[in-house]
Design a protein around this ligand. Structure first.
Ligand SMILES: [Zn+2]
Ligand SMILES: [Zn+2]
Ligand SMILES: [Zn+2]
Length: 147
């Protein structure tokens, strides 16, 4: 999806959830739209926003990031204690998983969810959260490695 379209979709989602479309939110969306195939450190988003809007507090920036996550505009993950975000890869089938390249960091969407498989092994239990990621080397990196 091209950046312009991605921002349009996000603006619609924000409006639907009664959030004001401020220039700060638009700037954040523009920045985040560069990260649909890759995660970016939340601290980098904060740094970027604080540079353009020095009057914007870190709390506000972090709150905006959290709001974007809650309405499904961005996806978040924490690994080794570092919070990272990326633009939602899939506004249609929202629930999905990722294959992450260990070499270039590229994130690819995987639509199959293994939750049913695990639920069958845990009769009587209620699973209310799960994280599932696949790691390896992406096709592009394998191709480059062979040349
Ligand atoms: Zn995704
Ligand atoms: Zn790769
Ligand atoms: Zn799942």
């Amino acid at each position: 999806m091209e950046a312009k379209k991605m921002i349009e979709v996000a603006v619609k989602i924000l409006q639907k959830n009664n959030y004001k479309i401020t220039k700060q939110r638009i700037s954040m969306l523009e920045y985040l739209s560069h990260f649909q195939e890759q995660y970016v450190n939340v601290a980098a988003v904060d740094k970027y926003m604080h540079e353009i809007y020095p009057g914007m507090s870190h709390n506000t920036i972090y709150r905006n990031i959290k709001e974007f996550q809650e309405v499904g505009i961005i996806e978040q993950r924490t690994r080794d204690g570092i919070a990272c975000v990326k633009y939602q890869c899939d506004f249609v089938h929202q629930h999905h998983h990722h294959f992450i390249c260990k070499k270039c960091g590229k994130v690819q969407e995987v639509q199959m969810c293994p939750l049913d498989f695990f639920e069958k092994q845990l009769p009587g239990c209620e699973i209310d959260d799960h994280h599932f990621e696949l790691y390896g080397i992406c096709a592009d990196c394998i191709r480059l490695g062979k040349n």
